[in-house]
Design a protein around this ligand. Structure first.
Ligand SMILES: [Ca+2]
Ligand SMILES: [Ca+2]
Length: 309
């Protein structure tokens, strides 16, 4: 009976820890490889802790890769995979739990037939296929959906999450972030700025002069720029109000009804009527930086070092 209680307590403890997002942790030290002695496990003790379903993983010889290097794994828990001998990347696929991926990633082995290089190989393990913007570690997603008013796009973005990170209409606050987002655009898309006095979308729009705010995301409620007349604007300055990327002549409040910001597909910004739907292709969601977000660690690496025996 006491043994049962102990097991139950451990399970509860595990589930509490698992609520804290998603993290891969590599073991300290390195793996040791000896030529012609067979494949060696890279990290049989790595951990993957979290709750979200993971849609795949990659294991890449990120540094030191030479022809003849190979990565192999055991196809456990319904996780399949294939190794690309040209790029040195093993790609695992299957929508499975962190525990399932932990088991599969622990079986990954390194081998090489190349006697030409005994330089250390740096092997990087990465969960999922989402790519973050290196400037802030945030993730971005273009969500197609033409018939969506701005306020509905905002609500739909807020209902989305990536590995527990809360979604929001994108808030591009630097040129580099905007350029990163631009690559994802397949058409005009809503983003997170609106004419406001507080960060909430107004129900009727004032004429000029008016003020643009961030109306979504961690920056909600912060002023973006003053808009004195058609095509004339002045960024308010500060960390989140110094960058704008309005298209030429925008924001112009065309017909006096344009109070929500959208991307053109070239990454420039335009003000549009907030219920405009026909000319939009979807909305741009950003993940990361929201207070209360869980910690996410999607990648880690371990060295394979060569020894003579
Ligand atoms: Ca942002
Ligand atoms: Ca406009």
């Amino acid at each position: 009976m006491s043994a049962f209680i102990l097991v139950a307590t451990l399970l509860v403890g595990t589930s509490v820890a698992a609520a804290q997002g998603l993290a891969i942790t590599m073991s300290a030290g390195q793996a040791g490889f000896v030529l012609n002695k067979g494949a060696i496990p890279i990290d049989p003790n790595l951990t993957v802790v979290g709750t979200p379903t993971i849609n795949g993983a990659t294991v890449a010889i990120a540094n030191g890769f030479v022809a003849g290097d190979s990565l192999s794994f055991m196809p456990v828990n319904g996780i399949a995979g294939s190794f690309n001998s040209a790029t040195g990347v093993l790609t695992l696929s299957g929508a499975r739990s962190p525990a399932d991926f932990q088991a599969a990633l622990r079986t990954v082995k390194f081998n090489t037939t190349a006697a030409s290089s005994n330089a250390p190989r740096v092997v990087q393990f990465t969960l999922g296929f989402a790519k973050s913007f290196p400037g802030n570690g945030h993730f971005y997603e273009f969500v197609p959906g033409a018939a969506v008013a701005w306020k509905d796009a905002k609500a739909q973005a807020a209902a989305r999450n990536l590995y527990g990170l809360k979604g929001y209409l994108a808030t591009p606050t630097t040129a580099a972030e905007n350029a990163y987002i631009q690559r994802l655009l397949t058409g005009p898309a809503w983003m997170g700025a609106c004419v406001s006095s507080s960060g909430s979308m107004l129900t009727s729009f004032p004429g000029f002069p008016r003020t643009w705010y961030w109306c979504a995301g961690p920056e909600i409620g912060q002023k973006l720029c003053n808009n004195s007349s058609s095509g004339a604007y002045t960024p308010v300055g500060g960390a989140n109000g110094s960058y704008t990327n309005w298209s030429g002549g925008e924001p112009n409040n065309f017909s006096g009804i344009e109070g929500c910001a959208a991307y053109y597909s070239n990454g420039m910004w335009n003000d549009q009527a907030c219920d405009t739907r026909a000319t939009l292709s979807g909305f741009l969601v950003e993940y990361g930086g929201t207070p209360g977000d869980p910690q996410i660690v999607l990648a880690g690496s371990r060295n394979v070092n060569f020894s003579s025996r």
